[in-house]
Design a protein. Structure first.
Lengths: 252, 288
């Protein structure tokens, strides 16, 4: 599933958080976004995932304009996001967190529940099997029946990835998946992402951990003050003078 | 002793009624995030629906079902016509709107059924006696109805796909949306359930006492007291707290007198808010 952003823009009062950003994630691509804090990366994700309406520009998914679509409808179309600070359904167990995200269930309405109980049961069993697979894949077995609010930060990151996977995504937007995660788990998460990418799932990843990101992605876009200032393979982009200015000049 | 046991039994039955009301309030608060002041009048509507259904068919079962369906329909209509449009507004706006909806329901019922108290025309049954303790077969039937209704709601919440999604929205609505959970489907289920639960409480109360346009409005205070005592947004807490308040009210009657028993809920509510705002079983994280 290809994602095309064309001239996306969003301002808050006079401040231009995202300024005419255009970029493409090809089908099955693995693309990174870097940039200093306040560069507009998370705002960009909110525009793409339907949390904010852009002032201008368009979001196109597989050729269909989804700029005006609600967040849950974008998820249904196969594009799902995670959050910078991991979020979870705190009172639901890990298993229930994943079950809640399985799409297309007849039991999603009271009508379906009462009129087609047999079908609901069959679908629940299928969903439970998929959830069990995902729990095993992410090695969350020991906490499968623990309320998600009680998990460690790293486990919550894994759960976020798991919940994203349950929606049958073709494209996953990861917002700082490695932030606050210990180095061992960073490697494990990267391996999960590579394995999923090999199955054809595309990724667009915001990340501050440059070494981990550059090992993972094929292309990088650098954002600064709301604009994309450089794009291309990691090695070339990181050698770029403007990028060095934005990163090193900003902090030095 | 016999006297106190009879009070305890009466307290349990009225506690179940309060628990149902509190469950309706706490579900709406947890998922739609505002205190629904129309809960009491939805109750009243359920009682009148059952009264009319019973008068028309002669069957209390059909009457009760009509009452519950009426409550579900009113809940859904209130959502579709008002609350859905106000969903991005402040809690206060929604609260005020719900007070308005309550007034509309009450006025409509007064207009349709008159202002005088009515009673269900059911045959009087002689109470059973166990060791001198009087137990009314009707009370048992009503308690069983309440418990069955509670079982349906809890099974829906904890064992079904839609229930899981309702609890997910209660925990984090934004995360629910990115997980592909349709907010409208969850809200429709919420309002159908919350309306039906409140109406069942009304039917039970109406059968035990009398049916009047103000009956539900007067139950709002104990209902909210129980929802707060149980930890607002916590369904099981609401039911347990309802039982506690119901029993406390009945047991206090000989001491403080009938007129003041309602004040007890107010005292409970104040004490909880001042001393332990999370309620007995706490659930503040679920509520912003």
């Amino acid at each position: 599933m290809s994602l095309v952003l064309a001239d996306l823009a969003k301002s808050w009062g006079g401040f231009c958080a995202v300024d005419a950003v255009s970029l493409t994630v090809p089908k099955g691509g693995l693309v990174g976004i870097i940039g200093p804090n306040g560069a507009g990366k998370s705002t960009l994700f909110s525009l793409v995932s339907g949390f904010l309406a852009p002032d201008a520009g368009s979001v196109t998914l597989d050729g269909a304009d989804i700029t005006r679509l609600a967040a849950h409808e974008r998820a249904r179309r196969g594009m799902v996001r995670t959050f910078q600070v991991p979020r979870e359904f705190a009172h639901l167990t890990v298993r229930e967190n994943l079950m809640a995200a399985v799409p297309g269930q007849s039991g999603e309405t009271l009508r379906g529940l009462f009129l087609r109980p047999a079908m609901v049961r069959v679908e629940e069993q299928a969903a439970a099997a998929r959830v069990a697979d995902t729990i095993a894949f992410l090695r969350l077995d020991p906490v499968a029946d623990t309320p998600a609010g009680k998990l460690s930060g790293g486990q919550k990151k894994l759960l976020e990835l798991g919940r994203a996977l349950m929606t049958d995504p073709a494209l996953i937007l990861l917002d700082e998946p490695f932030a606050g995660v210990n180095p061992v788990l960073v490697e494990a998460l990267s391996a999960h992402i590579r394995a999923l990418n090999a199955r054809g799932i595309g990724f667009l990843i915001i990340e501050h951990d440059l070494p981990a990101l550059t090992r993972l992605v094929g292309d990088i876009h650098v954002m600064d003050r709301g604009r994309v200032i450089a794009s291309g393979p990691p090695a070339a982009v990181l050698a770029d003078a403007a990028v060095r200015e934005a990163y090193l000049g900003g902090s030095a | 002793m016999v006297f106190w046991i009879e009070l305890l039994i009466a307290g349990l039955v009225s506690g179940l009624v309060i628990g149902l009301v509190a469950l309706s309030i706490t579900l709406v608060f947890g998922i739609a995030r505002f205190p629904n002041a129309a809960t009491g009048d939805t109750m009243t509507l359920g009682a009148y629906g059952a009264l009319a259904g019973h008068a028309a068919t002669g069957s209390m079962l059909i009457g009760g079902a009509i009452g519950a369906l009426g409550g579900a329909a009113v809940g859904l209509a209130a959502y579709a016509l008002v609350f859905r449009r106000l969903s991005n507004r402040s809690t206060v706006a929604l609260l005020v709107a719900s007070i308005g909806i309550g007034f509309i329901i009450r006025a409509g019922l007064s207009l349709a059924f008159g202002h005088t108290q009515q009673v269900f025309q059911v045959p009087l049954v002689r109470p059973w006696r166990f060791q001198g303790v009087r137990i009314h077969p009707n009370d048992l039937r009503l308690a069983a109805t309440a418990i069955a209704s509670l079982a349906v709601v809890f099974a829906t919440l904890y064992l079904t796909p839609i229930g899981r999604r309702m609890r997910a929205v209660a925990d984090d609505p934004a995360l629910a949306r990115v997980s592909g959970i349709s907010p409208v489907r969850v809200m429709v289920a919420l309002w159908l359930l919350a309306g039906a639960v409140a109406a069942v409480a009304g039917v039970i109360l109406g059968l035990r006492t009398v049916v009047s346009p103000e009956m539900g409005w007067e139950m709002l205070l104990p209902g909210f007291a129980a929802a707060i005592l149980g930890g607002i947004g916590n369904p099981a807490g609401a039911v347990v707290a309802g039982l506690i308040i119901g029993i406390a009210q009945e047991m206090a009657t000989p001491v403080v007198g009938f007129t003041y028993k309602i004040a007890l809920s107010f005292v409970v509510m104040l004490v909880v808010l001042l001393v332990r705002p999370r309620g007995l079983f706490g659930r503040v994280e679920g509520v912003r």
